[in-house]
Design a protein around this ligand. Structure first.
Ligand SMILES: C[S@@+](CC[C@H](N)C(=O)[O-])C[C@H]1O[C@@H](n2cnc3c(N)ncnc32)[C@H](O)[C@@H]1O
Length: 294
């Protein structure tokens, strides 16, 4: 059985086996990006049979993901959150609707509660050579909780700045007779427009469309999370002294971001791919030497 002393590393193994070794109601916040179905072979040409994403049928892939998130549910506190960035899978060039399917299964056949369907708009998405459909520029990032009444959310920590230009424009647009302008104004500054300065200082709700570039870190492992994408859920849904988890940790982006944020937070990552685990733990060592950088 793992305890607090075993934290702050990426553990090698199948997420379904390793998670069993943690106490129930242990984690505060899971942020993860599972492998896509049939896109990459993370464990090499002689694929590890436990690798998720290599199933012959997409149905089996979705069920394997659910096995992992069933365990995550058990191991999450009642105040906890789960964030899943899941990409589309294709068969014969046809999108299979995997994110929607996964969402349906998580909320209709499992006890997870959906809070937000965040869109990650990849501002620097690579051009695809598609001739029969539009190329993909975004992915969903689903936010689930265990309990709608008790989940932890620090909205203040994830606010974004309002620019002076925006507020000036809103003031200019504001005509009490114009109902649309009034409601837009209220959306930005609340009911009392004399509080504009306060909103300028504190910022506004960042909304559910997150325009962020893809990861630029120099890691051998493919498809890492961009740290900025992890940072927002982390500050908003992991309290001080909380524990984060990534059951598909890859290069350990969630682990690095958690330790950089500090505040007594700790973290665990799990991955099946030995070279990725080795690299993730090397990168984590560098962060441990330089805390408080975030
Ligand atoms: C998209 S990558 C995650 C990248 C990660 N978010 C990062 O920032 O580097 C998915 C990872 O899931 C791992 N994986 C696949 N099946 C697994 C399983 N059964 N248990 C644990 N990890 C698994 C793969 O080895 C791969 O590293």
């Amino acid at each position: 059985m793992y305890s607090k002393d075993d934290l702050n590393k990426v553990v090698l193994g199948d997420a379904r086996d390793i998670l069993l070794g943690f106490p129930n109601s242990f984690f505060d916040c899971t942020i993860t990006s599972p492998p896509y179905w049939k896109l990459r072979k993370y464990t090499g040409e002689t694929v590890d049979p436990r690798e998720i994403g290599q199933e012959a049928r997409v149905e089996a892939y979705v069920l394997h993901l659910l096995e992992v998130f069933d365990l995550v549910h058990k191991k999450t506190k009642h105040t906890g959150s789960l964030w899943v960035n899941i990409g589309e899978s294709f068969s014969g060039g046809r999108p299979l609707g995997v994110p929607e399917w996964f969402l349906h299964m998580m909320t209709r056949t499992r006890p997870w509660i959906l809070v937000n369907k965040v869109i990650w708009y990849k501002v620097d998405a690579m051009a695809e050579s598609q001739t029969r459909r539009f190329s993909q520029k975004w992915e969903p990032f689903y936010w689930f909780v265990k309990n709608m009444d008790t989940y932890y959310f620090n909205q203040e920590a994830a606010k974004i700045p309002v620019t002076k230009v925006t507020v000036e424009r809103m003031k200019y647009d504001f005509k009490p007779s114009d109902k649309l302008a009034v409601s837009r104004m209220r959306g930005i500054v609340g009911n009392q427009s004399d509080k504009i300065d306060m909103y300028l200082e504190k910022g506004v709700n960042c909304g559910d469309l997150w325009a962020m570039p893809t990861a630029k870190v120099k890691v051998k492992h493919v498809a890492p999370f961009p740290e900025a994408l992890v940072a927002r859920p982390l500050v908003a849904t992991c309290p001080d002294d909380g524990v984060t988890l990534d059951p598909f940790a890859g290069t350990g982006t969630v682990q690095r971001a958690t330790l950089k944020l500090g505040g007594g937070r700790s973290t665990i990552g799990i991955d099946l791919n030995p070279p990725a685990v080795e690299e993730a733990n090397e990168l984590l060592k560098e962060v441990k030497l330089q805390p408080g950088l975030f």
